[in-house]
Write a protein that binds this ligand. Sequence first.
Ligand SMILES: [Zn+2]
Length: 372
Amino acid sequence: MSFSLGRISGITIRIHYTLLLFLILVVWSLAVGYMPQQYPGLPQGSYWMIGAASGLLLIISVVIHEVCHSIVAKRFGIPVRRITLFFLGGVSELPEEPRDPNVEFKTAVAGPISSFAIATILAILWYYSMTAGHPPELAAILQYGASINGALGAFNLLPAFPLDGGRILRSTLWRLSGNMVKATRSAAKVGIGISYLMMFGGFTIAILGGFFSGLWVIFIGLFIRSGAESGLSQTIISQALAGTTVNEIMTRDVTTVDSNLTIEELVDEYFLRKKHAGYPVLKGGTVVGLVTMEDIKDIPKNRWSQVTVGEVMKPLRRVATVEPEVSAADVMYKMSRMGVGRVLVMKEGNLLGIVSRRDLTHLIHVKTELMQ
Ligand SMILES: [Zn+2]
């Protein structure tokens, strides 16, 4: 759903395909609609040039906004691994929730402040360029840059968690109550309230004749609502997993299979008889890989008696492994990033245990029930 753009100070910047679609829409509507109205009498090629440059400026603006969040987060010791840019801004992937409300507040305001600062600089340059009689193409690009940065700053200040404004709201409530989960619940509720207001407003606009603007507002409302819901569950999950290490939750007596076992034996004696959907594979006493139902799905049934586990398993270098001291939250992160259902817990080449997605959801369930 996204591709990598490059790295800035150790952070991978990725672009989500929605931003590309949005970009094409922006370039096109600027080139054929907005710019010819605002700056009439220019050759058609100029409008496309202005559109393309404005699109590029939009991406750069979003990147700067997100990088500013990340720089502040890093300064407080929260490592940022990657940033994914969406059409309305970005999401900096923080592996953990901020530890205190002040850090969250400072990290959150950094983005809008940078956007407003860029907007101000570009507005001054625009004014200068207008009065100095520079080519109108330059003025058009500067004007667009100033307004898009202003809009980016203002939109992200909406108090709808997990937008920046919502994070500012959460950190304030958190500071007042001392309870992070409660503060998140309230901030998410405000976010969901705002999203319904926007959907209602969008609907009204659409009925009153502004069909596309109305649709646009409804769409942003939907976007905010899903963000608030997933932001809330993410907080609850990472809160539930906080302070627990793999060592405490892993299954210790792991059922392993030998690499010489045939698929037929594996299915009959393991998959059908036991409850696990994946088994570490041993060869001469050492772990060499992992076999899951996924690995045998494509092998035709009539060959099950000839093919061995060793031939179809995932070799160890491609298997997700962790050390026992790793936190449960990090394992969750690793599983979702690698798209796997279990990780092997290893230390110096020895298999100590296994952690499955089910272990984590069970822990989350118990902890959230007890936290109520
Ligand atoms: Zn932001």
